[in-house]
Design a protein around this ligand. Structure first.
Ligand code: PEP
Length: 256
């Protein structure tokens, strides 16, 4: 049994207004047994629902994450949200480098690197996402792509404590598609990322870092995926919008 405490994080993307946010959080809290005791539970609502979510999760074990961060602290950056703003509203985590941001919003390894730097500077735990596209997998470039994303994303950065850093392997072809990496494919990629992280930040740090799998995780496949040696939980999109599914993943995936 790994000493790494599992994490199940819900990426709500552009879903849930404040009413829906309240309802979903209440359902999770009411139906979740021993929530957070043996598994960290994080939700990342859209920015307009974060304040409402912060109020609803008071006195619960649920933690809050942002879905994005800008690297400057303040200034003329229309539409952006900074690390201090995320902290002030109650976030402890922030998702960085999600494939949808890379695909639709021009996120690059360089901007991901600046964002991770800003999260570290402000005491936010980055959930650093990496993953290959279908064509990259089919042409045998998966490990090259992962290595490049990892090395460039973490360039010149260092985190002191492994509990303050989370990575997510999310094969782009498995996100929101209903296709999941097989447990073996996912394990192989996670083990690779852990080995590469060890080359950057040392064996001990890598051994203690949580690496989440993301890509069409559901209660029915959570056990096989999260049960793999190097998979320490899940980053959940679609299924995190339904309390029963989200709790089912926590229960099936982590046994708690
Ligand atoms: C995600 O957006 O991070 C994700 C994994 O989505 P889904 O679970 O819907 O595939």
């Amino acid at each position: 049994m790994s000493e790494r405490k599992p994490i199940v994080a819900g990426n709500w993307k552009m879903h849930n207004d404040r009413n829906e946010t309240r309802t979903l959080i209440r359902q999770i809290i009411q139906n979740g047994k021993n929530l957070g005791q043996n598994c960290e539970v994080i939700i990342a609502p859209p920015f307009t629902s974060i304040a409402c979510a912060a109020k609803e999760i008071e006195n619960s074990a649920i933690k809050l994450g942002g879905q994005n961060i800008f690297w400057e602290d303040k200034g003329a950056f229309t539409g952006e949200i900074s690390g201090p703003m995320l902290k002030e509203i109650g976030c402890t985590h922030v998702i960085i480098g999600h494939s949808e941001r890379r695909q639709y919003f021009g996120e690059t390894d360089e901007t991901v690197n600046k964002k991770i730097g800003s999260a570290i500077k402000h005491g936010l735990i980055p959930i650093f996402c990496m993953g290959e596209t279908l064509i990259e997998r089919e042409t045998g470039q998966t490990f090259e792509v992962l290595k490049s994303q990892l090395v460039k994303g973490l360039k010149s950065l260092k985190v002191q404590n492994p509990v303050d850093f989370v990575m997510a392997y999310e094969p782009v072809w498995a996100i929101g598609t209903g296709k999941t990496a097989s447990p073996e494919q996912a394990q192989e990629a996670h083990a690779f990322l852990r080995r590469e992280l060890a080359l950057l930040w040392g064996d001990k740090f890598a051994a203690e870092t949580r690496i989440l799998y993301g890509g069409s995780v559901k209660p029915g496949n959570a056990k096989d995926l999260i049960g793999q040696t190097d998979i320490d939980g899940g980053l959940i999109g679609g299924a995190s919008l339904n309390a029963e599914d989200f709790l089912g993943i926590i229960e099936q995936g982590t046994g708690f």
